[in-house]
Structures are given as structure tokens and as C-alpha cells.
Design a protein around this ligand. Structure first.
Ligand code: MGD
Ligand code: MGD
Ligand code: SF4
Ligand code: MO
Length: 715
């Protein structure tokens, strides 16, 4: 399969969903791959954060998987591609014959491109199952659920550019754009703040977002440092404050009556929910002075254009859908939506998580969010694909891992690392060990690949072409330099080859000349991409929805109506649901987990990047000084964190960045993997895990991990 490969290419940063353009330059030797700025790149105009600038460091890393590997007597040995393909195809056939197609699970990858995920979900469906999902499940699944149900589309309502130009207030709840979306923060949001916009940050932890807006130093901005898992009561205080003020002073227009009447449904439900709601008791639950929250409510209500940012602190709770619904409630009753500078905006995580969802790598939807159980939608896709699609939604990835060894017998993992990224990781590992067959397609050996029977070595982002979709729905082209390691193959080629060999009519359904040919098929079955072609994408890319060639896409959504059946935005009152685990005598602290600027997810790339790893080479836990005093913990001392599911040993940082009673750590490091502690409890509807609250205890006087840190040592 040919690809878009040259010595110097304009492409897109492989880390986060901002979608910054960069240039990759190939030197004399194939492995000599250098970063260069792309001066007029559409999103970032040449600027990058620390990760973008260091992205090429891992392309030729000595740990790259360079040959297919097959497990024999518990050890991996090198194999030919022919042998590896045969093994995969034979096992997929055997599992389908012996257990039926729903015994397989397929994980798509938000680190890979639209074409690759499109082909993987097509493969799963041709195989006969809708058990296909991607990391959005652990990420913004709840956000997407709430946005889709109440507004229409599971994406940012606005674009970074209109937020920069028009927003007067940013309400940032459970998101840390200063570190997780640094260029969006520095080049877009910070600009608005320099022009006078106010920031309200709602987060149990202080971070670079707090510091970049100097939140402590002005009266204008506020940091509401709440207890983890108390976001519903906090927003209910805000909502009730606004409603009460409107009763007394309708002339101030804190709520937008006309908007509520013409464009929304369910306002009475919200009023009823809040009628008996006790603001003072709720403020106590949140751990914040009531007046502080009321002051923030006033600022939101008075802003001409107020925009909400919502992140993992909201989505990763068993009440994740309701958390986001309450943000939607706030935007709808104040009419802060459908205009530039407003809305409810999830900053999407991985470089291509938006696209991976758009192209249908999810168990309930086909490309373009067409429901698998909608006969008309399914039939229209079947017409193009030429085979029948199963009509029942499949299992999510977290469910697939939990069914491993039970109804699930085999797993195809394209670029995910569930043994580190899913909650209660010790038990995920045990379950994967019970599978009959696992194939992992990755660029590095991972904690998950340890459990594989076959490992397929893929080329990296810098070595291949395709498209990715960023957080404001901009579809952009990626281009690659030559393969650094000759025997690695492009993800698209690997999936295509498996499809061709697996099915009688595979040649027809899985043979494509290049990524563009796959995109041409994708746009036929994905209405929101229908108007795009590689030529039209050019260097600027296009925003979806783009129904016909020439459509410019919408920079912001819902100007005239919502994309719901009634065309109305859905308001729905929600009540506090505490996390599944709250502190008790045995586990008196609440653990929450979140990210660092210099590391990335399960660390497979960032911990191997010298520039990124230098600053923070191992995991740590933030402990409030009052807690440190009670436990007798010195700053820099090693401690053991223990939950009902496991324990890890790591350094304690004593800091007021965290709140008393709350310990804060990161999911980036295998040697002290936070997910050994987290709780496998899911939001009922979106099936997202509660990564942001688990009851924990600290033990002191433990040995440091030291130089010889062994990932298995703290099992
Ligand atoms: N540098 C870097 N950038 C990344 C990533 C990375 O790993 N590193 N990952 C990418 C991915 S996949 C994603 S999804 C995004 C995620 O980006 P964010 O949504 O910013 O994710 P987190 O840092 O996990 O969590 C955000 C904040 O939630 C806070 N929080 C914790 N518990 C609660 C709570 O109960 N309530 C509230 N209100 N806040 C809480 C945390 O303290 C943290 O500051 O980042 C993307 N960008
Ligand atoms: N405790 C806790 N856990 C969390 C979170 C949290 O906040 N706290 N956040 C959750 C969130 S938001 C997310 S998104 C998930 C992320 O969970 P995962 O998606 O499992 O984590 P990543 O580390 O991003 O894994 C991506 C994998 O893709 C591989 N890869 C990179 N490029 C390529 C490529 O081009 N081809 C192929 N084939 N493979 C490639 C990488 O080496 C890596 O193994 O983690 C979740 N887990
Ligand atoms: S902000 Fe995100 S996309 Fe931009 S350079 Fe940094 S990691 Fe890459
Ligand atoms: Mo994510």
C-alpha cells in the first residue's frame, strides 16, 4: 500500500486533541527524524508545547517493536509477517466457529488515524460483532452521552477561535487546559483573558491552569477548590442562586426567559429539583464557602458570553452523564449556547479521539453516529459495505475487559494499553491472562502486550499518511516520512491484510490502494464527512459537519436549533450522587488521579522521550500539609497508597495544591500505576469508570523504589 511519504512533511502532533501542525524532517539516515515548526499551521501557527517539540524523539527509539512477535512456551520470539498473519486469521476463525462472533472484542485506537479506525470497526462488523470501542469510553463517554441526548452532537459546541474572540468568561470545571491542551490555553484562551475575560476554575487541585491565569492574585478570577465528586451540588448552588436572583430581579436578565421558552424543554423539572435544595448543606459537602460559589454564579450570569469547559474531573465519575447535564442546564437557562464565545466544550483528549468516534469505532454507532439499532441507518451502510451488520449494540471496552475469560475469548487491541489505563488494573491483567487469544498492534512493548499471543509492529504517526480530527472538529491530513524500521507496517495495511485473508470476499471489502481510497469510502457512509475529500482538506483542513463539497463546516453549533428530535435543548434537574467509595475509618482519604503536562496517558511514549521524562521520571502523590502532619510525612518521603484493590509505592509531595483529605496522583507510570487503586464502578449509561474518586489509605516508612524499580515489584 503506497502512502504519502516524503523527506519533509507537514503533519499533525501525535499527542493531544488540539491538533497542532508540525513539520517532520528526515535526515540522511532513516532513523534521523527531526521536529521543525510549521510556521503557518492552521491551529497553532508554528507554536507547540513541550510534547509537540519532543514528539519525534520516540520515532527511532531503541524500544520500538521492529519485528512481528509470537508467543511460544510463554516467551516471545520473532516471526515473519506471513506467520503472524496466519496465526491471527486462524485464531479469529477458530474463535468465531467455537464461540460465535460476540466472543471477540476489538479495541480501536485514538492514537491512530480515521482511515485505520474506520477499517478496524468495519472488520469487527464484518466478523459479526459490534464489540468495538476506543478510549473515549474512559474519557468523554459521559460527556458525549449528555451532549448527544440533550443538544444533538457529542462534540465541542464552539471552536477555539470563536472562544478566543468572543468569550467574556470561562467556567473551567474538571479540566486543566494549561497542561493538557497547552496550545489551546496559551494561544486561544489566554488571549481572551488578556482581553479581559474572567476565569472560574472548579477543581480540587491547583495546577498550571490556575497559575497561567494567576487565579490567586486577582479578584476577577476564582478557584473553587471542591471535594472530588461534589460537582452536582456545586452546580446546583449556582443554578439555584441564578433562579433566586431572577425571581427578585427579573430585570437583570440572569436567566434568558425567551431562550428557555423557545429553544428548550424541561425547565420545570429543574425548578422542581431545586425547590427543596439546601444550598448551605451543599456548600458544606463541597467544602467551599457558600458565598464563594454565589459570587461565581453571579459572574457567570452577568457575562455577555460565558463558555464552559468540561474535562475528566466531570466525566470520570459514576454520575458523569449527570455532571455534564448540569453544565448543559446552566448554559441553557442563561442562553449561553448557539453563539460565538459560549457553549459547553469538552476539550477532546487524544490526537484523534474525536475522529475515532466519528468513524464508528464504538459499540452502538456506525460512522457518523448512526445508531446500529436504527434499521434505516444500518441498511444504508450495508448497501455500501455489501454485508449485513449486527443490529444489537456491542460491549464497551471496559466491559470487554471485564468479560475476558467469560463470554469474551479473544481480543484484538489496536493501540491501547488497558492493563494500565483501565480501572482496577490488577484484575484487568488477571482477566486478560484468561483469554484464549490476544493480538496487540502497537509501536512499543506495553503492559498489555505482555498478555498477547501475537504482537504486530506498527509504524509511528511520523511515518504514514491519513487524517485526524481535532477537538474543534477540524479534520486534518497527516503525512509521513519513510519507514524508520523497514519491517514495521502501517496500521491500515495490517488491518487491511487481516480483512483480506479472513473473509471470502475480503479482497473486495478490505483491499484499498492507500488511505485516500479508504477516506473515499468513509465519506460515503459518514454524512458529516461527506463533503470532504483529501484535496478539499488541503493544508487548512475542514470542520464537520460538512455535508456537501464546498460546505465550510460550522465553527459553532446550534445557532437556530438543536440537533435533537424536537429541535429543543433538553434541561433536566439532577441530584447529588456521592462517589461509590467515600472516606471511612479504614480508607479515610479520597484519591483522585489526573495528568501532567510533560507526560502522556500510560506513558508508553512520554516516559521514553528524554525531554519529557527528565522533569518527572517517576510517579508521586500530592498530600496536603495538614494530612502530612497527621501522618508524619516529610516532603519527598516514600509512602504506600492502598485501596481496596491494590497498592503502590511512590514519593509524597507535601503541597497546598491539593485539598485536605484529598490525595492526587497520575496515571502515567507503570512502576506505580494509579489504576491498581482505582475503582471499577461505571456510569450506568455511558459506562465510563470512576477514575476520579476512590477511598485510600497512606502507609509511611516504606522503602523507596530507587534505581532498580521493577514494575512487577509492587504487584
Ligand atoms: N500533557 C498531557 N496532555 C494530555 C494528556 C496527557 O496525558 N498529558 N491526555 C489527553 C487525554 S486522553 C485527555 S482525556 C485530556 C484530559 O484533560 P483533562 O480533562 O484536563 O484531564 P485530567 O488532567 O485527567 O483532569 C482534569 C482535572 O480534573 C480535576 N479533578 C479531579 N477530580 C475532580 C472532581 O471530582 N471534580 C472536578 N471538578 N475536578 C476534578 C483534576 O485535579 C484535574 O486538574 O488530556 C489530553 N492531553
Ligand atoms: N487513573 C486514571 N486512568 C485513566 C485516566 C485518568 O484520568 N486516570 N484517563 C483515561 C483516559 S481519558 C484515557 S483516554 C485512557 C487512555 O488509555 P489508552 O488509550 O489505553 O492509553 P495510551 O497510553 O494513550 O495508549 C495508547 C497506545 O497506543 C500506542 N500507539 C501510539 N501510536 C500508535 C500507532 O501509531 N499505532 C499503533 N498501533 N499504536 C500506537 C501507544 O504505544 C500506547 O500503547 O486512559 C484512561 N485511564
Ligand atoms: S498542544 Fe497538544 S497538539 Fe499542540 S503541540 Fe502540545 S501536545 Fe501537541
Ligand atoms: Mo482521554
Amino acid at each position: 500500500m503506497s502512502s504519502d511519504q516524503h523527506d519533509q512533511v507537514k503533519t499533525i502532533c501525535p499527542y493531544c486533541g488540539v491538533g497542532c501542525g508540525i513539520t517532520v524532517q528526515q535526515g540522511e539516515e532513516p532513523g534521523d527524524v527531526q521536529f521543525m515548526p510549521w510556521g503557518d499551521a492552521p491551529v497553532n501557527e508554528g507554536r507547540v508545547c513541550i510534547k509537540g517539540g519532543a514528539a519525534t524523539e520516540v520515532v527511532d527509539h531503541e524500544d520500538r517493536l521492529t519485528e512481528p512477535l509470537v508467543k511460544e512456551d510463554g516467551e516471545f520470539r520473532e516471526a515473519t509477517w506471513e506467520e503472524a498473519y496466519e496465526y491471527v486469521v486462524d485464531e479469529l476463525e477458530r474463535i468465531r466457529e467455537e464461540h460465535g462472533p460476540d466472543a471477540m472484542g476489538f479495541f480501536g485506537s485514538s492514537k491512530t488515524m480515521n482511515e485505520e479506525n474506520y477499517l478496524l470497526q468495519k472488520l469487527a462488523r464484518r466478523y459479526g460483532t459490534n464489540n468495538v470501542d476506543n478510549c473515549t469510553r474512559m474519557c468523554h463517554a459521559s460527556t458525549v452521552w449528555a451532549l448527544r441526548t440533550s443538544l444533538g452532537a457529542g462534540a465541542m459546541t464552539n471552536s477555539m477561535a470563536d472562544l478566543r474572540d468572543e468569550a467574556d468568561l470561562f467556567w473551567i470545571q474538571g479540566a486543566n487546559p494549561g497542561e493538557q491542551h497547552p496550545i489551546a490555553n496559551s494561544q486561544y484562551f489566554r488571549q481572551a483573558v488578556l482581553d479581559g475575560a474572567t476565569v472560574i476554575q472548579v477543581d480540587p487541585h491547583a495546577n498550571k491552569t490556575t497559575r497561567s491565569f494567576q487565579i490567586d492574585e486577582t479578584d476577577r478570577h476564582q478557584h473553587l477548590q471542591l471535594n472530588p465528586g461534589t460537582d452536582i451540588p456545586l452546580l446546583n448552588i449556582v443554578l439555584k442562586t441564578i433562579l433566586e436572583h431572577h425571581e427578585e430581579h427579573p430585570e437583570d436578565g440572569w436567566i434568558d426567559e425567551e431562550f428557555i421558552q423557545k429553544r428548550t424543554d424541561g425547565f420545570e423539572d429543574l425548578q422542581a429539583t431545586l425547590a427543596e435544595f439546601d444550598k448551605a448543606a451543599a456548600a458544606e459537602e463541597c467544602g467551599i464557602d457558600l458565598e464563594e460559589i454565589e459570587r461565581a454564579a453571579e459572574k457567570y450570569a452577568k457575562a455577555d458570553n460565558a463558555a464552559i469547559f468540561t474535562g475528566m474531573g466531570m466525566s470520570q465519575h459514576a454520575c458523569g452523564v449527570d455532571n455534564v447535564q448540569n453544565e448543559i442546564n446552566l448554559a441553557l437557562i442563561t442562553g449561553n449556547i448557539g453563539r460565538p464565545g459560549t457553549g459547553v466544550n469538552p476539550l477532546r483528549g487524544q490526537n484523534n479521539v474525536q475522529g475515532t468516534c466519528d468513524v464508528g469505532a464504538m459499540p452502538n454507532v456506525l460512522p457518523g453516529y448512526q445508531l446500529v439499532d436504527d434499521d434505516e441507518a444500518r441498511e444504508s451502510v450495508e448497501e455500501v459495505w455489501g454485508f449485513e451488520i449486527p443490529d444489537e449494540p456491542g460491549l464497551t471496552n471496559v466491559e470487554i475487559s471485564y468479560e475476558a475469560g467469560e463470554s469474551i475469548k479473544g481480543l484484538y487491541v489496536l493501540g491501547e494499553n488497558p492493563v494500565m489505563s483501565e480501572p482496577d488494573a490488577n484484575s484487568v491483567a488477571e482477566r486478560l491472562a484468561d483469554l484464549e487469544f490476544v493480538v496487540v498492534q502497537d509501536i512499543f512493548m506495553t503492559e498489555t502486550a505482555d498478555y498477547a499471543d501475537v504482537i504486530l509492529p506498527a509504524t509511528t504517526w511520523a511515518e504514514r499518511g491519513g487524517t485526524v480530527t481535532n477537538t474543534d472538529r477540524r479534520v486534518q491530513r497527516m503525512r509521513g516520512v519513510e519507514n524508520v524500521h523497514e519491517n514495521t507496517k502501517h496500521d491500515l495495511e495490517i488491518v487491511s491484510e487481516v480483512g483480506k485473508r479472513l473473509f471470502d470476499d475480503g479482497e473486495e471489502q478490505f483491499d484499498f490502494d492507500d488511505p485516500e481510497a479508504v477516506f473515499e469510502e468513509l465519506r460515503q457512509v459518514c454524512p458529516i464527512y461527506h463533503g470532504m475529500t483529501y484535496d478539499l482538506l488541503g493544508e487548512e483542513g475542514l470542520h464537520w459537519p460538512c455535508y456537501e463539497p464546498g460546505d465550510e463546516g460550522d465553527p459553532f453549533l446550534y445557532e437556530d436549533e438543536f440537533d435533537t428530535e424536537s429541535g429543543l435543548g433538553q434541561i433536566e434537574g439532577v441530584e447529588h450522587q456521592p462517589p461509590a467509595e467515600t472516606p471511612d475509618e479504614e480508607y479515610p482519604l479520597i484519591l483522585t488521579t489526573a495528568r501532567l503536562e510533560e507526560h502522556y496517558n500510560t506513558g508508553t511514549m512520554s516516559t521514553r522521550s528524554p525531554t519529557l521524562n527528565r522533569q518527572t521520571p517517576e510517579n508521586f502523590v500530592d498530600v496536603h500539609p495538614a494530612d502530612a502532619e497527621r501522618y508524619g510525612i516529610e516532603d519527598g518521603e516514600y509512602v504506600r497508597l492502598r485501596s481496596r484493590r491494590g497498592e503502590i509505592t511512590l514519593e509524597a509531595q507535601v503541597t497546598e495544591d491539593t485539598k485536605e483529605g484529598v490525595v492526587w496522583t497520575t496515571p502515567h507510570f507503570a512502576a506505580a500505576s494509579a489504576n491498581k487503586l482505582t475503582n471499577h464502578v461505571l456510569d450506568e449509561r455511558a459506562k465510563i469508570p470512576e477514575y476520579k474518586a476512590a477511598a485510600t489509605e497512606i502507609e509511611v516508612d516504606v522503602e523507596p523504589l530507587g534505581e532498580t524499580a521493577d514494575p512487577a515489584a509492587d504487584d
